[in-house]
Design a protein around this ligand. Structure first.
Ligand SMILES: Nc1ncnc2c1ncn2[C@@H]1O[C@H](COP(=O)(O)OP(=O)(O)O)[C@@H](O)[C@H]1O
Ligand SMILES: [Mg+2]
Length: 474
């Protein structure tokens, strides 16, 4: 039961009359009353059941009111119960003593009943407010504690969440990168496989007939020479031929024919040789049949790419002929997936040609003598470097950072796929090499392909197989 609603008052007095009068007055005012006739009894009683207020007589046999008050205030259980002294003493020193012991008020005898009731009511109310405040205070403190704890756990949760989001973001961007790489690989794989098959198929189909033509041109030349000699012989042996033969001779313009025929034939020889070269380059370039690492001459690969790109090096409406300066060093045969490495040469060279085909450079000047310089050299003891430089418009810092990103292109839609450099980097990385670019706007661009001379997986047996692969192109 809540003691505050009981309004229990303990009256401690050794004078029965006082006890009676006070009890009556306070009971009438609606308070519950308990009584004690001396200090010691009062303390015992209070410990048994705490009242809401104590009216304490000062002068009592045994321990007096001051001592009783002192003991009550020294006990944590009873120290908060308000004490009002009832005293006949009017001495100020005693009043001060009472207050200093922790009393809330004092009533002097003889007392006015009404005054006593009002004072007690006031103190009871104050006490109730005090305890209500205390309860509220405790609740507030608890609330603050709870909030602090909640805040701390919220902060912890936020931190945890932030970490999770960061991790997830990282995971997602890694997956995206992987996905893009897979996509590039797929595109690359599919493209080069199809293209390789197509090129190899065409090259194979054209190879034989062109070889017939090329081989037979030699015989054709001999036969024609013989026939012409025969005609000449007829002319000397039978100078007076028939009118019909004379007419025919004039019609065919024999003199011109004799003079022009060798030229026609030799240009046919040159043409067929060119076709043979292109076919050889296409086959070297595609090497679609090679799923394994082989030992190859990288210069052959570069040359085959150049032959395939030859038509783009010729003078065009928008640019002069692109000059190719080869500064080949002495390279040892290099282990690689030849078809793939050739693809890298092709991609880098195509970009250089694209850059040189632009009408103007960064300073809006015409690129006067468009040039591609290809240097090769051995670096260190175990790597080779192929540097392909152009004197085109160069690449800005911002673009340089993105050149190797899949699908990044600065070219017009339909012109660029943005895959060339990312595929190339992937291929070079597969070879444990590096592909990077050195460029500044207006100063041209240099791409450097560095790959190890030896790939760890290559066995002797495979190296031997390479020789025969190379031979089949000769
Ligand atoms: N030699 C170069 N000169 C200037 N810019 C280049 C050169 N090579 C590559 N780039 C830049 O790198 C981008 C990406 O090249 P690439 O991956 O081959 O894609 P694409 O050629 O289809 O645009 C090009 O769009 C171009 O901006
Ligand atoms: Mg490209």
């Amino acid at each position: 039961m809540d003691s505050s609603s009981r309004n229990l008052i303990l009256i401690v007095d050794d004078t029965p009359t006082n006890l009676e009068v006070l009890s009556e007055a306070l009971t009438d005012a609606g308070f519950e009353i308990a009584v004690a006739t001396n200090g010691e009894n009062a303390i015992k009683q209070i410990e048994y059941e705490a009242p809401d207020l104590i009216l304490l007589d000062v002068m009592m046999p045994g321990i007096d009111g001051f001592e009783t008050c002192y003991r009550l205030k020294s006990n944590p259980k009873t120290k908060d119960i308000p004490v009002i002294f009832i005293t006949a003493l009017t001495d100020t020193a005693d009043q001060v003593k009472g207050f200093s012991l922790g009393a809330v008020d004092y009533i002097s005898k003889p007392f006015q009943q009404a005054e006593v009731v009002v004072r007690i009511q006031t103190h009871m109310q104050m006490q109730k407010m005090r305890s209500a405040l205390e309860v509220q205070n405790i609740r507030l403190k608890q609330e603050i504690q709870e909030r602090t704890a909640a805040e701390a756990s919220l902060q912890k949760l936020t931190q945890h969440l932030e970490k999770r989001v960061e991790e997830r973001t990282q995971q997602l961007s890694q997956s995206l990168e992987k996905l893009q790489q897979t996509q590039v690989k797929l595109v690359q794989g599919e493209k080069s496989a199809t293209l390789g098959q197509l090129v190899a198929g065409i090259a194979h189909e054209i190879n034989n007939p062109v070889n017939f033509i090329h081989a037979n041109l030699h015989h054709a030349n001999e036969y024609v020479q013989s026939l012409l000699e025969l005609v000449k012989l007829y002319q000397t042996q039978f100078p007076d031929s028939t009118p019909e033969i004379k007419r025919k001779l004039e019609e065919v313009d024999l003199e011109f024919l004799i003079e022009d025929m060798p030229k026609v034939l030799s240009s046919m020889v040159v043409g067929s040789e060119r076709i043979c070269n292109v076919i050889k380059s296409l086959r070297t370039f595609s090497r679609h049949d090679e799923a394994q690492i082989k030992v190859v001459d990288l210069h052959e690969g570069i040359d085959s790419a150049l032959i395939i790109l030859d038509h783009r090096l010729k003078p065009k409406l928008k640019h002069q002929a692109i000059q190719v300066i080869k500064q080949y060093g002495k390279l040892p045969p290099v282990d690689c997936f030849a078809g793939k490495i050739n693809q890298v040469f092709m991609n880098v060279l195509s970009n250089a040609i694209d850059a040189l085909s632009e009408v103007v450079d960064a300073e809006h000047n015409y690129i006067l003598s468009p040039t591609i310089r290809i240097q090769t050299e051995v670096v260190g003891s175990d790597r080779v470097a192929i540097r392909i430089a152009d004197n085109g418009s160069g690449i800005t810092k911002e673009v340089q950072e993105r050149v190797f990103e899949p699908f990044f292109t600065t070219k017009a839609p339909g012109k660029g796929t943005g895959l060339g450099m990312s595929i190339s980097r992937q291929i070079v990385t597969e070879h444990k090499g590096s592909l990077y670019c050195i460029s500044s706007p207006g100063k041209g661009t240099e791409f450097v392909i560095e790959i190890p001379i030896r790939q760890p997986m290559l066995s002797n047996c495979e190296q031997l197989a390479t020789v025969s692969t190379l031979e089949q192109f000769v």
